[in-house]
Structures are given as C-alpha cells and as structure tokens.
Design a protein around this ligand. Structure first.
Ligand SMILES: [Zn+2]
Length: 136
C-alpha cells in the first residue's frame, strides 16, 4: 500500500513528464556553403521567421558575435569570411536562448519589445517577461 505522499509524488512526476515530453522546440540549424572566402547561409530568412524575429535583429547579432561583415541577399545571408557551420549553429542557439525561448516555460512563443529603453521578451504561452540585452 502506498502512502499519501508517495501517491502525490507519483502524480507530480507524471505532470512533470507530460510537460517536458513531446513538443520541445528545436532550434533550426543553418544550411549553407562557402563561396570562395565567403560563407553563404541559405536558410537565413527561414530561421528568422521560425524565431519570429526580424532578420535585421538576427543579422546584427550574428555579425557581431562572429566578428564578420556581411549582408542579406534575398533570403540568404552572405558573410565576408569563412565560418564553419558548427560555429554559426552555436551562435544561433545562443540567440534563441537569449532572445526567443522563454526562460520560465521553455516555449518559443515570445515577442520582443522595448520599454523605457530596455528590451524585453514576453512569453505568449505563460506570460513571463524578461529583460534581454538591448545592444547587440
Ligand atoms: Zn513562457
């Protein structure tokens, strides 16, 4: 016979499990190639739209973090240096963790906005609000 506490623990364990299983947000990976000394990210616009962030914001972050110059050409982002995709993916992940994924519930359904010169992300799933770096 189980004690009341054990039953509670068990029920709680089940809830926890349900929350974390299944629909985990997958951070998109870059697709691209080198062209001479340049790096072309071909799915750049798609990544920005999965994150629901402006391509400009993501571009600014990546260029700064990778210490590269570059510009958008259609849906692609062209970097003036060769950067291995593993390094770009790492930065994409950092971007997602800081500017997209809710720190409370882990969902990516957030929006970014500025208020009194501070930038926040607000989660549409749980309502949490966090300040993030304004300058990138
Ligand atoms: Zn949330």
């Amino acid at each position: 016979m189980e004690t009341y506490e054990q039953l509670l623990d068990e029920a709680y364990g089940k809830i926890k499990k349900a929350e974390t299983s299944g629909e985990r947000f997958e951070i998109p990976k870059v697709e691209g190639h080198f062209e001479g000394k340049k790096t072309i990210i071909t799915n750049f616009s798609q990544i920005a739209s999965i994150f629901r962030r402006s391509p400009e914001h993501l571009q600014k972050f990546l260029l700064k973090e990778l210490a590269a110059a570059g510009q958008k050409e259609g849906d692609r982002l062209v970097l003036n240096i060769k950067v291995p995709s593993s390094k770009i993916n790492q930065k994409i992940e950092e971007y997602a963790k800081e500017f997209v994924i809710c720190r409370e519930c882990g969902k990516p359904d957030t929006e970014i906005f500025r208020e009194d010169r501070i930038t926040f992300i607000k989660c549409q799933a749980c309502g949490a609000k966090h300040s993030v770096r304004s300058k990138i």
